[in-house]
Every structure is written in C-alpha cells, then in structure tokens.
Design a protein around this ligand. Sequence first.
Ligand SMILES: O=C(O)[C@H](O)[C@@H](O)[C@H](O)[C@H](O)COP(=O)(O)O
Length: 253
Amino acid sequence: MAGEKKEVKIFDSDDDLVEGIAKHTTDLSRKFSIQRGAFTVVLSGGYLIEKLRKLVEPPYVGEVDWAKWHIFWVDERVVKKDDPESNYMLAKNGFLSKVPIPEDQIYAINDSLDAEHAAEDYESRLKELVERGVVEISPQTKFPRFDLMLLGMGHDGHLASLFPHHPLLSEKNRWVTFIKNSPKPPPVRITFTFPVIDASAYIFMVVAGSAEVDAVKKALDNNSSNDLLPVQMVKLENGEFIWFLDKLAALKL
Ligand SMILES: O=C(O)[C@H](O)[C@@H](O)[C@H](O)[C@H](O)COP(=O)(O)O
C-alpha cells in the first residue's frame, strides 16, 4: 500500500511515554529482524535519547535482538566524537553503551573531515550498505529506506538539521548534506535530506514538555498554511509517521 499513514499517541506521563516508545520500538525490532535479518535505526540528538531509557531495561532489553541493529544519525554536529556537543557521544552515553549492538554496526560520522567531506563520506558509506543489502532502497525513488527513524523536533518545527526557510529544505538529489549556519548551535552539521526522510518505513516523532507545544499544534492542525514548518514537509512515500507526545506537548491539540 503506497502512501503515508499518520497517527498521534498521547501519553499521560513521561513514564508512560517512555514505556510506549520502548514497546513500539521492540515490536518493530522484532518485525524487521525476522523479515530482513537487520533493523536499521536512525537517531536524532536532543532529549530523544533520554526517552529511550526503558528500552535498555527489562523486559524490553531482553526481547530485542541487538545483533541485528544498525545505528545511523539523521543529523550530526561536525565536532570530535568525544565533544560534549556530539550527537554520537550523547547516544553512546545515554543508550548505546547499555546494549550489545556490534561496534561495526554503529555508523558515526568521520570526525576527522570537514562538513562537506563528512557528508560525502557518510553518503558513500550508506551506498555501500545499500549494496550489501543492510540498508534497503526505495523502489520508487531509489533513496535509502530506513526501517525506523527515532526523531525529535525543535520548537521552530525543525527536524534533523532542516530548519525553517533554509535552502536545504529543497535539496532533492543528495542523501546527506551539510549546513554551516544552523540557527541552533553548533552551526556546522551534516544532515539527511528530505528524500531520505520521506523514504522511511517508520518515523517516531517524540515530543515531550511544553517547549514545542505551539509547533505540535501547528504541525497537527488541518489548516494548511503557505508557511509550512519543516516537520510538515515530510511526505512519506510508503510509511507510517507516528507522533509520541506527552500531555504537555499535546496541550493545545
Ligand atoms: O543535533 C541536533 O540538534 C538534533 O539532532 C536535532 O535535530 C534535534 O533532534 C532537535 O533539534 C530537537 O532537539 P531537542 O530535543 O533538544 O528539542
């Protein structure tokens, strides 16, 4: 079935939200590990990582076949891997160090390159993984199709490092590109482009607390506007976009 399925899940408490993310991620891990012998998971930075805290605890931690996981970043700051600003470091400390995913299935950016070359390098490594059959390819668009993107959204409606009104919003060819003037610091980053995000099988968009309440309202309002938030520009070709919200983030819905 082609097209996009949208769903909004609202949880009463932070613990319920975190439990919901753990449960649904475990279900998808099982599905893809069995179906294709691999589970490709794309992470953002931000507080998303902290919301994975129940996935690394029983019962979920024991139900997941971690050897099948392959980890990617939807965006990364161009800093050294041990820099406190690194999304890799954030994920390593908060999530990856707690589960037995093989080291060579964790695809951090090459932190010895500048932004332009780091983006090119990441794209060519993705191409190799497509050739090896680890990452699927969209039969329609020929962009890589990741099994699950676990993402956060900024209060300005950005996702990945795709910010409002930025020229990168209209990138149609590259898989991975770079930005040197990100309005959210640090300014230099690499990011997946919309065609890659749009090819995903599943996106879980995790938003908690009140900081993004207006962006959540705008994103989920049916009134179409000419001034779309980046998150509203996602158009999954054949996938499910599921919002995981707590009560505070959903307050204005
Ligand atoms: O490198 C980054 O800054 C992130 O990957 C970014 O895309 C993040 O996911 C959103 O900005 C939400 O961030 P918060 O969770 O901090 O609101």
